[in-house]
Write a protein that binds this ligand. Structure first.
Ligand code: CA
Length: 367
């Protein structure tokens, strides 16, 4: 051991001495090119999600002036969608892109960093990450897996979903077959619904044939692309189950730490920039697609009745408490999230919420 340590130290000293003859150590690092691989949980070409991951890679290469190149692989191209976290954790690849709730089976506490039913919206979760200690907590949760997380995008408030029948009371969920993943699915199951798991490519046909009665997906921009308006009549809002789903970029810790400081800052900054870019794309694209759904495809927009929402909210709180009981990390994250949400919620009710109320033109929704 001692001999090996000695050889290692002298080896480093020798390399530094050689480097020192021509270039200083930082200059050697500054000239080094890093070629990384990124795997994602998204299908090829999926707008804003996969294209956002590709944009991240492109921007890193531009900002680093070619010192860092990241080759991006969509789901299944190198590893399956749900193998992304393990691939990054084990160092098979240097980085990945996805959403934290996909890792709920392995890391229950991860769920709070993507989307929580009746939880924080995009503005709220970004405030938690960048201004309320949320990112530090997220780093703590991923640390045992040798993974470093950064927010890399946000869908904004999603839609409640496409239903083949009207939802009047909570009773209407009894026996309802719905495609809805994650914590939202657990709430629907609590309400008596049957949660059906389907791959993206199977949803439309299942809905059209009545194999399922309802599905949620993302928001108008992605829902329009899936053609759900041809298979279900009622388009419900709001997406109480995903009020601001955060997308992530994750780095293998060793790979991240092997980078010179300026490249670490570049990938962090580009992740933050992509986060803003993504939310902006969703907001702009959803606004446009919603108009098309209403005016061109005559989709009927319906809001969930308030008493039904109250029931879902109550069941969501119960579900979150049950999830928080799974391990110490989940409890810690849940309590921190809850506390932060209460604070920004009170502020939001006299700021964003109150402002939306005075500018809302509710009748324009009818098209
Ligand atoms: Ca969704």
């Amino acid at each position: 051991m001692e001999r090996r340590e000695f050889l290692k130290k002298t080896g480093i000293a020798a390399a530094a001495a050689v480097a020192g003859t021509a270039l200083s150590a930082p200059a050697v690092l500054a000239n080094k090119t890093y070629n990384w691989k990124m795997v994602t949980t998204w299908p090829p070409n999926l707008p804003v999600l996969q294209t956002g991951a590709e944009r991240f890679a492109k921007r890193v290469e531009e900002v680093s002036e070619g010192r860092m190149k990241i080759q991006v692989f969509a789901a299944g191209e190198l590893v399956p969608a749900l193998g992304v976290f393990d691939a990054v954790s084990q160092g098979t690849v240097e980085c990945g892109s996805g959403a934290a709730y996909y890792w709920a089976g392995k890391v229950p506490a991860a769920q709070w960093f993507s989307s929580v039913p009746f939880g924080l919206n995009a503005q709220g979760i970004n405030a938690w990450f960048y201004g309320g200690g949320g990112l530090e907590l997220w780093e703590e949760v991923y640390a045992p897996f040798n993974v470093i997380p950064r927010p890399q995008g946000n869908t904004g408030v999603q839609m409640g979903g496409w239903f083949r029948k009207k939802m009047e009371t909570i009773e209407d969920f009894k026996g309802l077959k719905m495609r809805i993943p994650g914590l939202g699915g657990k709430v629907i199951a609590k309400a008596g619904g049957t949660v059906v798991l389907l791959a993206g490519g199977e949803i439309f046909t299942s809905l059209e044939r009545g194999v399922i009665d309802a599905t949620e997906w993302v928001g108008p921009m992605h829902d329009l692309r899936m053609g759900f308006y041809k298979a279900a009549q009622y388009y419900y809002y709001p997406g109480w189950h995903e009020p601001g789903t955060c997308l992530e970029v994750i780095f293998n810790k060793n790979a991240y730490e092997s980078l010179p400081k300026d490249l670490q800052l570049i990938i962090d900054s580009v992740a933050m920039e992509t986060n803003l870019w993504s939310l902006s794309q969703f907001e702009a694209g959803n606004g446009e697609a919603l108009q098309e759904l209403i005016t061109k495809h005559k989709v009927e927009l319906v809001s969930f009745p308030e008493p039904l929402m109250d029931e879902l909210r109550k069941m969501s709180m119960e579900t979150l408490e049950e999830e928080a009981d799974k391990d110490a990390a989940s409890r810690k994250v849940h309590e921190a999230f809850k506390k932060f949400k209460e604070r920004v919620g009170v502020w939001g009710s006299v700021s964003e919420n109150a402002y939306y109320d005075v500018i809302a033109d509710k009748y324009s929704l009818k098209g």
